[in-house]
Design a binder for this molecule. Structure first.
Ligand SMILES: NC(=O)C1=CN([C@@H]2O[C@H](COP(=O)(O)OP(=O)(O)OC[C@H]3O[C@@H](n4cnc5c(N)ncnc54)[C@H](OP(=O)(O)O)[C@@H]3O)[C@@H](O)[C@H]2O)C=CC1
Ligand SMILES: O=C(O)C1=N[C@H](C(=O)O)C[C@H](O)C1
Length: 268
């Protein structure tokens, strides 16, 4: 059994991760951390799998040293991720990270930490999106140069970062296939632009509404035809089960920075 510790255990993804551990035959949830000030600390956890009740309470993050986890999972906010990453390095524990909205400096922190512990970082843990990354690279490299490339994403009303981590990951994959520098070709806002778009750009658009779990479409449009490659997630359990799979894959790996394509064997 792989013993799993979860940060942000009371969040939307935290709850889904608790359910994913309960449904797994190989992973056992041994620590479900909440912030030090959380009123949930020391209260019992409820989860989907009612047939096998979970005999565990939420724990305060500061009790990490005393917990018995083999791998830690973080789906929180960038500030939380930074704190949790430092703890994982201190206690030499492998870590799976799904938090999005990370800055350039945060990504450098990940690289530094990966010199000491093994880390899987992915902005999307679903199988479908990781396959889509390969498909958009084929489309970007095989279709004509006279191509308009746009990425649309839709998420629930609570999501803070925009564009989503997945949308940026798709854009970065397309830019790599085209040999472009993503930061130079990404267009997030056309409201101040007074000219027609160039074909050497990747446009992003964002929708936030209701309870949408996560939808992404890459558009490849030219005169007379348009290819759309879409992924729709309908349950957070998809991401959570992917993260638990990554945690199991990560155990006993050497230090280094891995992603979900490594876990799934999809690297081209
Ligand atoms: N890579 C992937 O496949 C996916 C990534 N995500 C990403 O996961 C993250 C979480 O999403 P979601 O679960 O919807 O968000 P929620 O807001 O529902 O949950 C966030 C959790 O993080 C905790 N948290 C926030 N800040 C800190 C901090 N500074 N220290 C410790 N804990 C903190 C919150 O605690 P409290 O309740 O006390 O505030 C809460 O438990 C987002 O970045 C999202 O984009 C989401 C889905 C899939
Ligand atoms: O915040 C979310 O909910 C999600 N975030 C991730 C992202 O930013 O891409 C992944 C997924 O789409 C859900």
């Amino acid at each position: 059994m792989d013993r799993i510790g979860i940060f942000g255990a009371n969040g939307r993804m935290g709850q889904a991760l608790i359910d994913a551990c309960a449904l797994s035959k190989q992973a056992q949830l041994t620590a479900a951390f909440v912030r030090a000030a959380s009123p949930l600390a020391a209260t019992p956890i409820h989860h989907l799998n009612k047939q096998a009740p979970l005999d565990l309470s939420f724990a305060c993050e500061s009790s990490l040293q005393a917990c018995s986890a083999d791998v830690l999972i973080d789906f929180t906010l960038p500030e939380g991720m930074r704190t949790h990453l430092a703890k994982a390095v201190e206690f030499k524990l492998p870590m799976v990270i799904g938090t999005t909205g990370l800055s350039h400096d945060d990504k450098l922190l990940l690289q530094q930490a990966a010199q000491h512990i093994p880390i899987v970082f992915s902005r999307n843990y679903s199988v479908g999106v990781n396959l889509l990354l390969n498909l958009v690279q084929v489309a970007a490299s095989k279709l004509a140069d006279e191509l308009d490339i746009e990425i649309f994403e839709a998420h629930h009303r609570h999501k803070i970062d925009a564009p989503s981590g997945t949308a940026l990951m798709i854009g970065e994959a397309i830019a790599a296939a085209k040999g472009w520098d993503h930061d130079n070709v990404a267009r997030y806002d056309r409201s101040q632009s007074h000219e027609a778009k160039s074909q050497q750009e990747i446009g992003y658009s964002v929708l936030r509404a209701g309870d949408i779990v996560g939808e992404h479409t890459a558009y490849f449009a030219t005169m007379g035809e348009r290819l759309e490659i879409t992924h729709k997630a309908s349950s957070r359990l998809t991401f959570a089960q992917g993260a638990v799979r990554a945690a199991q894959w990560l155990r006993n790996k050497p230090e280094g920075l891995y992603d979900m394509q490594d876990v799934l064997g999809l690297k081209q």
